[in-house]
Write a protein that binds this ligand. Structure first.
Ligand SMILES: *Cc1c(COP(=O)(O)O)cnc(C)c1O
Length: 397
């Protein structure tokens, strides 16, 4: 018989009762070091006192009023995002897929209002992940996700990631914009080349296209800058953000330049929940922490140390790991045995991680993680790798 909870996920048989910092505890008292952070969401870790207080206080005052009224919490959060980014204006929603949907609408609207209504197509990259709504399935383009859901929504073209010539060749009179992840997360922590990113900006300027970055996973400090595109010293026209921005409370955002945002007049886009007082109280608490002096320095410093530990780990276990990639606190270990086996083995050592495409073990701890906790995680991975190597040797003997 089917479970009451629709079985769309293959879940580990673990339920957590509470969390503290980078640690999660089961009801029977076992504790796990959380280097998955709810898929790069719990940016301040679990039970962060300021985030907890902000949510509790706002919930007691007023949770929701709709966007028919002013929302001071949303105005303040938008103001902070604008002050610390390329953007001039922000739209709030509830998830990554929803942010990307809105972003694509804004790209199309910008072209239409500038006199190019025929420009509706978005160029995306192979290996992208943009979400699970009908249109974002098409933008993602992964055949496994599209199977059984009918003809993909029109309007998305795909080119190989990091291939500028292919991208320029794909531009047609119907192209409206380009949407890429600065670091592809779901497909295995693959970083965009600086040459590729700069070439995207150049192509967009040359052909009058809108440059959009999907920063749903890379945004809000994950890579050691507030947004990952800052590493490339390139100014986008629009970006999407979600995952880490609410620290565990569902919140998404679209950040745009005035040029793009100015076409989004009353009635052009909407949401019932998006940017409500409760969600924005969470967002403000997260952003205040991430923007506090020293926070991003901590992410960069801890991330660099973690990267070195992972490189050393790969040297020690050549039969299990073959490559380390990432930056900040967004890392991937490319595995030789199936990543699912490695994930299970590290879980047995008390460490939670997430798998990604390309047989990669994804390590995306809370941004407040300490170097000592990174060391504990690497020790757990090392123990798991030793056991896996033993098992593999026994099997082949
Ligand atoms: C997770 C993710 C999404 C989808 O976000 P949801 O909140 O699950 O809809 C989109 N883009 C990227 C890059 C992501 O990592």
């Amino acid at each position: 018989m089917i479970s009451a909870l629709m079985p769309t996920f293959k879940r580990a048989d673990l339920a957590f009762e509470r969390g503290e910092g980078a640690w999660l505890y089961t009801a029977d008292g076992r504790r796990f070091l959380d280097f998955g952070a709810g898929i790069a969401v719990s940016s301040l870790g679990h039970g962060h006192p300021k985030l907890v207080a902000a949510i509790a206080e706002q919930a007691a005052k007023v949770m929701h009023v709709s966007n028919l009224y002013r929302i001071p919490q949303a105005e303040a959060l938008a103001q902070k995002l604008v002050a610390h980014s390329f953007a001039d204006s922000v739209f709030f929603c509830n998830s990554g897929a929803e942010a990307n949907e809105g972003m694509v609408k804004m790209i199309r609207r910008d072209q239409a209002q500038r006199g190019y209504p025929e420009r509706t197509r978005i160029i995306c990259c192979d290996g992208a992940f943009h979400g699970r709504t009908l249109a974002m399935l098409a933008a993602t383009g992964n055949p496994a996700y599209l199977d059984g859901f009918g003809k993909p929504v029109e309007g998305f073209d795909h080119v190989p990631f990091n291939n500028l010539n292919a991208l320029r060749d794909a531009i047609t009179p119907e192209t409206a914009g380009i949407m890429v992840e600065p670091i592809q997360g779901e497909s295995g922590i693959k970083q965009a080349d600086p040459h590729f990113i700069h070439g995207l900006r150049q192509a967009c300027d040359e052909f009058g296209l809108v440059l959009a970055f999907d920063e749903v996973q890379t945004g809000v400090g994950r890579t050691g800058k507030l947004f990952a595109h800052e590493w490339y010293d390139v100014k986008p026209d629009i970006i999407s953000v979600a995952k880490g921005i609410g620290g565990g409370f569902p919140l998404g955002a679209i950040l745009a330049t005035e040029e793009v945002a100015s076409h989004m007049t009353p009635g052009t886009h909407g949401t019932t929940f998006g940017g409500n007082p409760l969600a924005c109280a969470a967002g403000n608490a997260v952003l205040d922490e991430v923007l506090a002096p020293g926070f991003l320095d901590h992410v960069r410093k801890t991330g660099a140390a973690f990267g070195e530990m992972l490189t050393e780990l790969t040297r020690q276990h050549p039969q299990i790991f073959e490559q380390v990639r990432g930056r900040g606190l967004m890392w991937g270990l490319r595995c030789k045995p199936p990543v699912a086996d490695v994930l299970t083995a590290v879980l047995h050592e008390g460490l939670l991680c997430v798998s990604a495409g390309d047989n990669v073990l994804r390590l995306v701890p809370p941004l407040i993680v300490t170097e000592e906790e990174c060391r504990i995680a690497c020790d757990a991975i090392s123990r798991a790798a030793t056991k896996l190597t033993q098992k593999m040797t026994e099997l082949s003997a």
